[in-house]
Design a protein around this ligand. Structure first.
Ligand code: NAG
Ligand code: NAG
Length: 436
């Protein structure tokens, strides 16, 4: 190769890399997806786009996060079925296996009325289903429930709603899948069992207590939001229920909301609606439950960079940031979906657009907290390491550096992005990415 060829070759390679990064597409707005933080990757599984349940899998690598306006989306291997209104959790023993539990599975838009648990190995992007021992055949497939996995790899399911029928019943049983033995159990509990419910949200305290917040029950066949003064605690050690009465500020009962546990033991609740109808926003959008004194409060927060009111969105805690994604815009009276990401800094109590907050020095130790955190649609631990090495990892920092250095050439190359013919031709030359 002469120098000229080398230069051409260099820019051609650069071109391909930039196409790979910039032109690979962004997910459409959606809701009712499942979401989990796996290491630094924030995954989204399935969901609904308008009326279509989808099987897409997308993720954002938060270690490369620049800003909410320049999201570097990556698609991963799709699910074998369309999937919505279920929840995902990450195995805390390997920090890489994701279980999608409950939910609606669609295949060409028909319900698959199964109780399948879909398993995603995030290390090699492989999907599988579980072989469960002692599966309770009287367990009825269900959706609209949160899942919690504890430190020992036991998955806890509480409540949810039967699939298919219009006025389907809600459940109030606890089912447990031990992922270390693949044994299923349905404990018989008679004391303090909460009323049946769906679209509730849950977090796990480090003590092994699951806190269930909100959701709806059926009153004369009508969805009725459960009061947020009623907090249900399930002890995963003794398999027993306790009810707490939460005081403080008055917060609308709601469904389709999210909760996360932050470092000081407070729970941050976001979004949700007071009923199933469009436009039925629950107020306020953001509230805090202090689990030491069981009181709700409504913090005063600037609306700068804040999300719209959302229902059936996702929320995870990454370091000390609550990341809110997708969802239905609750106030809209025609179905309107959100495709954006919003970030709440849970130390400074401010909505931000990047992950570069300055932590006041007095609270700088909080990032070492190891409490397990779960949300309506996901489970996450506060791990920030466990970087999965996979062939489609791209060093964005390097590429952006290169493209800036390449200056006008880079801009010229980027302008090709809109030209489909080039895109198609060039993508064929790039290394195959799962999901494309
Ligand atoms: C998984 O994450 C937890 C919490 O950060 C950590 O203690 C544990 O060592 C990790 N396990 C593996 C196998 O990476
Ligand atoms: C199976 O589930 C039903 C309903 O929740 C329960 O009554 C029954 O005890 C369970 N059976 C076993 C073997 O756990």
């Amino acid at each position: 190769m002469n120098l000229f060829q080398k230069v051409i070759y260099f820019f051609l390679t650069l071109n391909l890399i930039i196409f790979h990064v910039i032109c690979q597409g962004i997910p459409s707005p959606r809701y009712e997806q499942a979401s989990s933080l796996v290491g630094t990757r924030l995954y989204f599984f399935g969901g609904v786009i308008n009326t279509t349940t989808i099987n897409e899998v997308w993720y954002l690598d938060l270690s490369n996060f620049i800003s909410t306006s320049t999201l570097q989306w990556k698609s991963d291997v799709s699910m074998t079925v369309g999937y919505n209104l279920g929840a995902s959790c990450v195995n805390p023993i390997d920090n890489s296996t994701v279980y999608l539990v409950g939910g609606r599975s669609f295949n060409t838009n028909n319900y698959l009325n199964t109780s399948s648990i879909y398993v995603f190995n995030s290390k090699n992007s492989q999907w599988s289903t579980l072989n469960i021992t002692g599966f309770n055949n009287s367990f009825i497939a269900r959706n609209e429930l949160p899942v919690i996995i504890n430190n020992n790899g036991k998955i806890f399911l509480f409540g949810g709603r039967k699939l298919e029928i219009n006025v389907a019943p809600l459940f109030n049983d606890i089912n447990i899948l031990d992922t270390t033995t693949m044994i299923w159990s349905t404990p018989v509990i008679s004391q303090n069992v909460p009323t049946p419910r769906g679209d509730h949200a849950a977090v796990l305290l480090p003590t092994g207590i699951i806190i269930y917040i909100g959701g709806y029950n059926l009153v004369s066949s009508i969805n009725s939001a459960i009061s947020l003064n009623e907090i249900q605690l399930f002890d995963t050690n003794s398999l027993s229920w306790t009810t707490r009465s939460a005081g403080g500020n008055s917060i609308d009962g709601r469904l389709g909301h999210s909760v996360i546990l932050i470092q000081n033991g407070n729970i941050i609740l976001y979004g949700g609606s007071i009923g199933s109808n469009l436009g039925s926003q629950a107020l306020p959008d953001l509230a805090v439950l202090d689990t030491n004194i069981w009181e709700w409060s409504i913090p005063s927060i600037s609306q700068l960079n804040a999300p719209p009111p959302l229902t059936f969105h996702s929320a995870v805690l990454y370091k000390f940031y609550m990341i809110i994604s997708f969802g239905r815009i609750t106030t809209a009276t025609n179905l309107t979906l959100n495709g954006n990401i919003y970030i709440f800094d849970t130390i400074n109590y401010v909505w931000v657009t990047n992950l570069n907050s300055i932590i006041p020095s007095t609270t700088s130790t909080v990032t070492t907290a190891t409490s397990k955190v779960s949300t309506k649609t996901s489970h996450t631990t506060q791990t920030t390491v466990n970087s999965n090495s996979s062939s489609n990892n791209v060093n964005y920092g390097l590429i952006i550096g290169i493209s800036v250095a390449a200056g006008a050439v880079g801009i010229a190359i980027l302008s090709f992005c809109g030209m489909k013919i080039y895109k198609n031709r060039l993508q064929r030359k790039t290394v195959a990415t799962p999901g494309h």
